[in-house]
Design a protein around this ligand. Sequence first.
Ligand code: ZN
Length: 94
Amino acid sequence: MSTIRQAIKDLLQEQPLSALELSQRLSISEKEVLGHLGHIAKAPGPGQRFHILPSVCNICGFTFKKRDRLATPSRCPICRRQSIRRPRFQITKE
Ligand SMILES: [Zn+2]
């Protein structure tokens, strides 16, 4: 478990990735990735900062700025479409 979590941290220090992209790179489920991300978000490590790059509606461009949840929102509150770009995650040094 800790190895996977470390692998996620290493990937997110290189570039921002969505949970889906992480799941594909590590060959684990997206749900499992989200579980690890929950822990990483609370404790990214000494000198590290965890960022969430918000979801964006593909239709009208609405940005889900206030949302700090890890999962992808199901529907846009403005245009009510369901084409939402997944949030991406990143770890930077403080
Ligand atoms: Zn929209």
